[in-house]
Design a protein around this ligand. Sequence first.
Ligand code: HEC
Length: 198
Amino acid sequence: MKLHTSLAAAALGLALTATTALAEDCAVITVEDQFDLEADEIVALYNCLADKLAEGYGKAGDEVGANYRSWAPTSTRPAIQGAHGNRILNTFANDIAAEQYLKYQEEDFTMPVGSVLAKESITISIKKKTARPGPLLMMTKMEVGSIPETNDWLYTGVQPNGKTMKVKQSFCHDCHEAYEDSDFLAYPMEEVRLGQDQ
Ligand code: HEC
């Protein structure tokens, strides 16, 4: 009897391992450098983890984490951009932000109060040969004059498990400061911006 139980447990263990392995097969990385990933490979990795991302960000009740997928996409596909590390990025803009953000304007404007940009990220580990969900990073335009150091942008984040991330404003802003002319927005890479070929 005892033997049967442990055999059954072992079989169950195997089944579980197999399921886990299957679920993550599509997130395997075979290249030696994330910048060697082709567009279709980036899209495939994103599609592999897309459900897991949205589920995770929404899990703990964060309002943006639970809703951003219904917002406006800001690129033709997810892409890898050096500055946010070894990550595949995909940004969404809420109703208030979308019209202005999608102009990708380089100067002479300020985003409307209430604008929120939410950027999904997928972390690529060349060493571990896998891709896994990274944080959802957000910028929210607060009331005029409320945060003079950042022109009223509040930087926040949600972890892949839905919990609020501790975000040091200066860490984010020190880099976004380089984009001062475009109200501190860096925008997706040009080749994936919407409407670029029209
Ligand atoms: C080392 C530079 C750097 C740091 C640090 C950084 N960002 Fe960014 N951020 C960028 C760049 C570059 C982009 C545009 C990348 C893209 O979408 O392809 C970007 C885009 C964004 C966007 C989309 C809006 C936009 O600018 O177009 C959000 C939201 C964002 N970052 C949030 C954050 C938050 C929150 C932090 C801090 C936890 C942070 N960023 C730290 C460089 C940085």
